[in-house]
Design a protein around this ligand. Structure first.
Ligand code: PAF
Length: 293
């Protein structure tokens, strides 16, 4: 079997994207930073069902890492990534170099206001400016009709949705459910940093989110009570550091005081070298409401 095609330059990506469009193909883009796992494989399969050609971008974007973060050590394995793209039915891998994406003199960055004020936007200043910039550049290069993002990065998905709307970009966005390991831990390239003991402990993140959801579904509506319970659950585990555990509006990511129709319970937890994030949406429509005291 022929190995999947790799494109390294914007110019060639434009040429190939134009040709695919001229031939009437619908292009799907799965943006990634590589070190692909089952979550990415699932995105590749899902977008393949609604497009004719699937482009997977593999680019570890320096603009979304802050000083002291793991840009240098972010896991990379390009041969394995290509094999996963191929197995998932992907058409090609777009893997530009850093200098191709940000040549000398590069000066343009995109800021999506307000949506980045909380959660990861607050604990990783500049992160979403880097994400918004690179995603827009990937759209410009690949010219996709459709892109797909994971619900695990809910705030990122919300920000990309906003920028597509605000800049009138002609790209449909699919949001795919979080793919989890059998014990509930959300799949992430950063899970590979975990020692076996940290890996076991990391499962508490999803347990805490589920506990939060249970409380709400049993009638609790005070966000502070739910957040305290989740915090207690995570902090009981040694070696875990909480970046944030929050209840926010699922659309604008602003903290809520009481549970309304759609609330995102979100957590970012440091576990050894890894910073792991996860979230679940809690819908209270039709659920019993307990009075606020
Ligand atoms: O979610 C990611 O892997 C990255 O933030 C993305 C969307 C590929 C941009 O670099």
């Amino acid at each position: 079997m022929e190995t999947v095609r790799v494109i390294r330059t914007v110019r060639e990506m434009h040429r190939v994207a134009d040709r695919m469009r001229e031939n009437g193909f619908r292009i799907g883009l799965v943006p990634t930073m590589g070190y692909l796992h089952g979550g990415h494989a699932s995105l590749i399969r899902q977008i393949g069902r609604v497009t004719d050609r699937t482009v997977v971008s593999v680019f570890v974007n320096p603009a979304q890492f802050g000083p002291g973060e793991d840009f240098e050590t972010y896991p990379r394995d390009f041969e394995r990534d290509k094999a996963i793209v191929q197995a998932g039915g992907g058409t090609l891998v777009y893997a530009p170099s850093t200098s191709e994406m940000y040549p000398d003199g590069y000066a343009t960055y995109l800021e999506v206001e307000r949506l980045a004020d909380h959660l990861c936007g607050a604990s990783r200043p500049g992160h979403f400016r880097g994400v918004a910039t690179v995603v827009t550049k990937l759209f410009a290069a690949v010219k996709p009709h459709v892109t797909i993002l994971g619900q695990k990065d809910a705030q990122q998905a919300g920000i990309v949705r906003r920028l597509v709307r605000d800049l009138n970009l002609d790209v449909d966005i699919l949001i795919a459910p979080t793919v989890r390991e059998v014990d509930g831990l959300a799949k992430s390239s950063r899970n590979r940093y975990l020692t076996p003991c940290q890996r076991r402990r990391a499962t508490v993140i999803y347990t805490a989110l589920q506990e939060g959801r249970e409380l709400v579904l049993n009638g609790e509506r005070r966000a502070s009570v739910v957040i305290d319970a989740m915090n207690r659950r995570v902090r009981r585990c040694p070696d875990l550091g909480v970046d944030y555990i929050a209840a926010v509006d699922a659309e604008n990511f602003r903290p809520v005081e009481a549970f309304g129709a759609r609330v995102l319970l979100a957590a970012a937890v440091r576990c050894g070298q890894s910073r792991l994030i996860d979230n679940i949406v809690v819908e209270t429509e039709g659920q019993p409401v307990q009075e606020l005291r």
